[in-house]
Design a protein around this ligand. Structure first.
Ligand code: SAH
Length: 226
């Protein structure tokens, strides 16, 4: 069964966005994965198609209404796909979670807007909050596209060179070693000699040392993880 993504959003025209291009786009054309959108606004019941209201307790901004969003979620046929809500309060996305999601039948993703969504729909519809990092976007759409980009590229058959998924940053809990390609000399900088030595054992050793060095310098937190 091909991976199926359903996105609930106020901006369906933002999809598939960049995922319609390049390898993800070709994989979509082949039917390796699919994406459909649900316009949350269609579930508004009043004449003005209102989807947001002022926060209870006061304060700035607006909140996505629980009743409208719940109706939109309930319009998606119930199945076993994980239901995610893109949210800066969620657990930060990791490659391990991406790998896990790639083995699912697909995902249902709710994109927040405004100050966020009414807590009761998060609780009542069991949404798993997922963050893509410690910064605030104006909406969940680019976060959903980012999550899907990471998942789709590792679906079976999507990436041209299957091997190139294996060595990547985070796959072994380390940042990746540096890359070089021809020309041999670029602005007086040479490719490290070991890489052109033909000695595969030495190359592997060098790459691991570089990965450890970079991880230690830039992301020592990764070395401390189990
Ligand atoms: N007031 C909220 C931020 C709302 S931003 C707060 O301070 O937590 C509006 C919407 O953008 C959110 O509902 C969420 O869907 C999305 N969003 C913003 N930053 C995000 C992030 N880092 N990861 C995932 N989604 C994010």
């Amino acid at each position: 069964m091909a991976f199926r993504a359903t996105i609930l959003t106020l901006y369906p025209e933002m999809f598939p966005g960049h995922l319609g291009q390049s390898l993800a786009g070709k994989a979509m054309e082949r039917g390796d994965w699919s994406l459909d959108t649900v316009q949350i606004r269609e579930f508004a019941t009043d004449r003005h198609r209102t989807v947001d209201d002022t926060p209870a307790g006061g304060g700035a901004g607006m909140v996505l209404k629980a009743d409208v969003l719940a109706q939109a979620i309930d319009s998606v046929a119930s199945d076993t796909r994980p239901r995610l809500l893109m949210s800066p309060r969620g657990r930060p996305l990791t490659q391990a979670r991406v790998r896990d999601l790639a083995t699912a039948e697909g995902v249902v993703i709710v994109c927040g807007r405004f100050e966020g969504v009414d807590q009761r729909v998060i609780d009542g519809r069991n949404l798993e909050e997922v963050s893509i990092g410690d910064y605030i976007l104006s909406g969940g759409e680019p976060a959903a596209l980012t999550l899907l980009d990471a998942v789709v590229r590792i679906l079976p058959g999507v990436m041209g060179n299957a091997v190139s998924g294996i060595n990547e940053s985070f796959e072994h809990g380390l940042l990746e070693h540096p890359h070089y390609t021809r020309p041999q000399v670029f602005e007086d900088r040479e490719i490290p000699a070991v890489l052109t030595s033909g000695n595969h054992a030495a190359i592997e050793k060098w790459r691991l040392e570089q990965a450890l060095r970079l991880t230690g310098e830039r992301r020592p937190d990764l070395l401390d993880r189990d």
